[in-house]
Design a protein around this ligand. Sequence first.
Ligand SMILES: NC(=O)c1ccc[n+]([C@@H]2O[C@H](COP(=O)([O-])OP(=O)(O)OC[C@H]3O[C@@H](n4cnc5c(N)ncnc54)[C@H](OP(=O)(O)O)[C@@H]3O)[C@@H](O)[C@H]2O)c1
Length: 249
Amino acid sequence: MRALVTGAGHRVGRAIAVELAKAGFEVAIHYRTSRAGAEATLAAVRAAGSNGLLVHGDLARVSEVHGVVDAVRGAWETLDLLVNNASMFKPVAFEEITLDHWETMMGVHVRAPFLLTQGLLPLLRAGGATEGRAPGEGGVVVNIADIGAERPLPGFAAYSVSKAALVMLTKALAVELAPAVRCVGISPGQVAWPPDYDEDKRERIARRIPMGRVGSPGDVARLVRFVAVEGAYLNGVILPVDGGLQARY
Ligand SMILES: NC(=O)c1ccc[n+]([C@@H]2O[C@H](COP(=O)([O-])OP(=O)(O)OC[C@H]3O[C@@H](n4cnc5c(N)ncnc54)[C@H](OP(=O)(O)O)[C@@H]3O)[C@@H](O)[C@H]2O)c1
């Protein structure tokens, strides 16, 4: 079994890579700036009993997205799972959003998942590792969105719009690529703190969550594994993993 996880040098991406390794996946660990983090992820993947490779690229740049596709196609002939996880979460007041910021958000959250899926489609069609899948059913694309794709946070217009587009890309691919390739979205709530949130802000957020606590990268990782390994009939859905936050008024 083989998976590509983007943005896997830290946090949620690393947890996904390691969870997949535990389930027997080899993992292509993509990173942009976090070379040391990606190496640590690879070490953790090996410690979990599997293996992998490092893949580098700035997903805001089309030529580098093609480079990621080429690197995976050069290493493997089949792919069972593509996880579009890489992301930029940066507040910018609406009046201050530059064209460059807007295009970077759309580039990383929408264009890159589109190009990676398109470029790796032959491998995904030839792959597939989900228990109980029918003949002709291959691999799966998992897009990591955000509950903010439906309920935006002030200061995150470009982020929220790009994640909402990723949700629609997920549904569009699900109806067009199935049954050969499934496409599923996962929308986390709070599962890893942005480094600049102080204790007060963290407590305020946690109090609003019906579960009474924030989640963890592992909560997302275990859901990715479930979708890839056991979710043979999951397609075109966006699964929240948010402790009930989205359900709350
Ligand atoms: N954290 C949460 O509580 C939360 C909540 C809702 C949704 N999510 C979603 O869950 C996913 C993972 O969250 P996270 O907090 O672990 O993410 P993160 O740490 O903010 O970002 C993950 C990785 O994305 C990579 N990345 C950023 N810009 C890139 C670019 N231009 N090209 C290539 N890679 C780029 C970075 O790689 P390098 O470090 O190598 O540069 C980074 O390590 C994201 O899709 C996020 O939107 C997270």
